[in-house]
Design a protein around this ligand. Structure first.
Ligand SMILES: Nc1ncnc2c1ncn2[C@@H]1O[C@H](COP(=O)(O)OP(=O)(O)OP(=O)(O)O)[C@@H](O)[C@H]1O
Ligand SMILES: O=C(O)C1=C[C@@H](O)[C@@H](O)[C@H](O)C1
Ligand SMILES: [Mg+2]
Length: 180
């Protein structure tokens, strides 16, 4: 049984980190925090605007600092952005202060789920499928390296994914301080 002060969800856009995360937080009595929304609250502008003004590098810096602050706390379910694992310091912090769950979905599943989405800057282009494949190839090893548990959401509704994950987590994770 692993002990960690927070639950952290990682995985690609559309894996369900935000939607499953909210339900899972309720089941475990944790405060739900979405790191993307937290970056927007702290800056007062949308992620799309941050990408426009500061580029992806500017967004990553803000994301790292938000995650560092959040991971200082406890009893939270933290849904991260799809690219949060790109930063080595963020990966180390997630592992130190959280039980990390990799929610997986393949590119076909992402395309279905994100067909109408307009608020993810990396997807505002014609060649979405190619972009998603390139991102998946680069990031899958990082998700794998960071996660304590991998969970495929492809054929499950958010409600069913939540029920199954609740059972798996009850066997694997206990809230508490991290190991010294
Ligand atoms: N298991 C699922 N089955 C069907 N649709 C889903 C599932 N999980 C999420 N969705 C839908 O896919 C869309 C994206 O989900 P969500 O915002 O939870 O993804 P995310 O992992 O938080 O993505 P991001 O990294 O971009 O924040 C939403 O419209 C949501 O309703
Ligand atoms: O996959 C990504 O790099 C991103 C995913 C979203 O959650 C946001 O964090 C942002 O749109 C970037
Ligand atoms: Mg999200």
């Amino acid at each position: 049984m692993d002990t960690a002060p927070n639950l952290v969800l990682i995985g690609p856009m559309g894996a369900g980190k935000s939607s499953i995360g909210k339900r899972l937080a309720e089941r475990f009595g944790l405060a739900f925090v979405d790191a993307d929304r937290e970056v927007e609250t702290q800056t007062g502008v949308s992620i799309a605007t941050i990408f426009d003004c500061e580029g992806e590098a500017g967004f990553r810096e803000r994301e790292r600092s938000v995650l560092a602050k959040l991971l200082d706390g406890r009893d939270q379910l933290i849904a991260t952005g799809g690219g949060a694992v790109l930063d080595a310091e963020s990966r180390a912090l997630m592992r130190r202060h959280g039980f990390v769950v990799h929610l997986h979905v393949d590119v076909d599943g992402q395309l279905q789920r994100l067909a109408r989405c307009t608020n993810r800057p990396l997807l505002q282009r014609e060649d979405r499928e190619e972009v998603l494949r390139v991102l998946a190839a680069a990031r899958e090893p990082l998700y794998a390296e960071t996660a304590d548990l991998r969970f495929d959401t492809r054929d499950l509704s958010p409600a069913d994914a939540t029920s199954l994950l609740t059972k798996l987590l009850a066997e694997r994770w206990k809230p508490g301080a991290e190991a010294a």
